[in-house]
Structures are given as structure tokens and as C-alpha cells.
Design a protein around this ligand. Structure first.
Ligand SMILES: C[S@@+](CC[C@H](N)C(=O)[O-])C[C@H]1O[C@@H](n2cnc3c(N)ncnc32)[C@H](O)[C@@H]1O
Length: 136
């Protein structure tokens, strides 16, 4: 089953130029698939996709982000605190945050941890934590 007639925006922020270039290559391939003949299993929809090179701690975040995925498996304490601060500033009530391995929001009532699931990544299994903003 797939969802039809949706219209989302998805953005990624990466600090390293070579990895940003790989993401741009993936986007080009995705756009080629999307512009090709309709696929019998997938509807690629009209999701707008963008990749930004920059430091997530200081870059301007895309407007109206309401689901934030943080590939935080290797992030240190200071980076996690800055990201947490940006999320507090930007995420609307009802918005969700997904992290990998590292956890957020130990000392606030504004976010609730709603799930923790083990996911298979290319390097092995990693716990993914899912939070929902309940207050602002
Ligand atoms: C676990 S990898 C995720 C790789 C890939 N973006 C993905 O989602 O599969 C974490 C990535 O975060 C990037 N990164 C680390 N610190 C960052 C920062 N301050 N701002 C933006 N990206 C950062 C690293 O270069 C690395 O590519």
C-alpha cells in the first residue's frame, strides 16, 4: 500500500562537503526515477527534497519542520545540547523528533518520549528514540 496525493518537504543538513555531494547525487537519481514512467509499486509523490551543507547547530532550519530526524549515533554531549536547543526553538507542538542511539530532553515536560525501537542500520543495530512535543 502507498499513500497518494501527499505533498511534503524533506530536508537534510550535512556538514561534510563529500557527504553532501553524495546526497545531491542521490537526489538527482531520485528525481530521475520520479520523472520516469509511473512505477507499479511506488508513488514518489510530489515531496520537495533539499540538501543543505552546513552545521546543524548554527544553520537556518527549513521552515515548518515538524518531524526532525537526528542521525546522532556519534554526536557528543555539546552537539546534542545545541541540537536540543534548536529543536526547542523551532519545533511546533505535535512535532516529533527521532534520534539514533543518543537521547534528548531529560529535564523538560515539553517533550514526551513515545517510543524506543531497535532498527537495523548498515553498521549494525541501533536504538531509535521517538519524542513528541506536547507543550511549548
Ligand atoms: C550517523 S551519520 C548519518 C549519515 C547520513 N546523513 C544518514 O542519515 O544516513 C551522522 C552525520 O552527521 C554529520 N554531522 C556531524 N556533526 C554535524 C553538524 N554539526 N552539522 C551537520 N552535520 C553533522 C556527520 O558528518 C555524519 O555524516
Amino acid at each position: 500500500m502507498y499513500i497518494k496525493n501527499y505533498n511534503y518537504q524533506a530536508y537534510g543538513i550535512e556538514i561534510l562537503e563529500p557527504l553532501h555531494q553524495i546526497a545531491m547525487g542521490c537526489e538527482r537519481r531520485f528525481q530521475m526515477l520520479r520523472n520516469a514512467e509511473p512505477h507499479e509499486r511506488y508513488d514518489f509523490g510530489s515531496t520537495e527534497i533539499g540538501f543543505v551543507i552546513g552545521d546543524v547547530r548554527y544553520s537556518k532550519w527549513p521552515n515548518n519542520a515538524n518531524i526532525v530526524f537526528v542521525g546522532s549515533a556519534i554526536y557528543g554531549e555539546k552537539t546534542m545540547k545545541s541540537i536540543e536547543q534548536r529543536i526547542v526553538e523551532n519545533l511546533p507542538v505535535g512535532g516529533k523528533v527521532i534520534t539514533l542511539t543518543r537521547q534528548l530532553f531529560n529535564d523538560t515536560d515539553d517533550f514526551r518520549k513515545i517510543d524506543a525501537v531497535l532498527v537495523k542500520m548498515s553498521w549494525g543495530h541501533s536504538t531509535s528514540f521517538i519524542y513528541k512535543r506536547v507543550k511549548k
